[in-house]
Design a protein around this ligand. Structure first.
Ligand code: NAG
Ligand code: NAG
Length: 303
């Protein structure tokens, strides 16, 4: 019968294994299989629909992304937005007046006849599921206004050549429209790209309800935040206390929430789990501006 290794031998091996894990195994796994380190998924986890442009992600396909194609466009003299930092890690910023009233109204007008029901993607299939998401969406033509927004989103993020702006969609929520908690990232870097960042822009906010909720974020201390965050939320209907609700952005026309979805190593931030709370009255229209990151070599964020 084989004798068991001595306890001291096991201990010595364990000591050797620690640096091997820290310096070799962990970086290897993070570099090559970022998906393995994604947070555990509930069966309920859903990802945004356009995370699924097919099995191989093609960031040169201009039906999917908006390449810098040299088409000239002119932007109105920028009126300027103001930025408020909410969190460093993950990076989350609130942007006042990201889009002007004229621009927002123009996008609302151009999308009005183009809405079709929004779909959800569960990692395998796309489908309409009103229990998870009830809204209509419209793909925007790349006219001057949309190109100006693309340009603004690129400039905001420092003109990174490894980011690709996804074609923009307006999302319209009627009364009872909502979108259950989900991630915008899909853990798909190994397939050629993933959503690095999100601008959630409010185009129309003539509504009650419809806040953008992040249950895993903590309410910041500054009083000034009550202009943008729901400081009165009561967790109605869910039996949850204020703290468990996280934070909820009030929809305010022209303003935007910006956040980064991916860590430096390409894994997704669990803190970016978010939802569109049900609109109880009126209509909300949001605009998603997503930037895809495509690794140049290996699966590292080249920062
Ligand atoms: C990506 O899309 C472009 C434009 O549609 C196409 O020319 C190219 O062949 C596609 N590449 C792959 C790998 O599918
Ligand atoms: C929202 O309202 C519009 C206009 O009344 C309607 O056409 C559309 O089907 C509604 N969408 C949903 C998801 O209820």
């Amino acid at each position: 019968m084989a004798s068991l290794p001595k306890l001291s031998t096991v201990f010595t091996w364990a000591i050797y294994f620690i640096p091997v894990y820290i310096f070799i195994l962990d970086p290897l796994v993070r570099g090559y299989f970022p998906g393995l380190l994604a947070p555990p998924r509930d069966s309920d986890d859903i990802f945004d629909e356009s995370s699924a442009p097919g099995p191989g992600i093609n960031l040169t396909d201009d039906s999917f992304v908006s390449p810098e194609d040299g088409v000239p466009f002119s932007c109105p003299s920028a009126e300027g937005y103001s930025v408020h930092l909410l969190s460093h890690e993950p990076l989350i910023m609130y942007i006042e007046n990201f889009i002007s009233e004229t621009e927002a109204n123009h996008i609302l007008d151009m999308s009005v006849n183009k809405y079709t029901p929004s779909i959800v993607y569960d990692g395998q299939t796309e489908r309409i599921d009103p229990t998870k998401r009830l809204s209509d969406r419209a793909l925007l033509d790349r006219d001057d206004t949309v190109r100006c927004l693309e340009d603004r989103a690129r400039a905001f993020q420092g003109w990174r050549p490894d980011l690709y702006i996804e074609r923009m969609w307006a999302q319209r929520y009627n009364a009872s429209g909502h979108y259950r908690h989900h991630y915008d990232w899909a853990g798909s870097l190994a397939r050629g790209g993933d959503r690095f960042s999100t601008f959630m822009v409010y185009l129309e906010a003539d509504c009650e309800g419809g806040g953008t909720n992040f249950p895993r974020l903590r309410m910041p201390d500054g009083e000034g935040w009550c202009r943008f965050l729901d400081c009165e939320q009561d967790g109605k209907g869910k039996g949850k206390g204020k703290a468990e609700m996280g934070i909820t952005f009030k929809p305010i026309k022209g303003n935007a929430v910006f956040w980064e979805n991916l860590r430096q190593d390409g894994t997704g931030y669990p803190e970016t789990w978010h939802a569109a709370f049900p609109v109880t009255k009126g209509t909300k229209v949001g605009l998603n501006v997503w930037s895809w990151y495509q690794p140049k070599r290996r699966n590292r964020l080249g920062r």
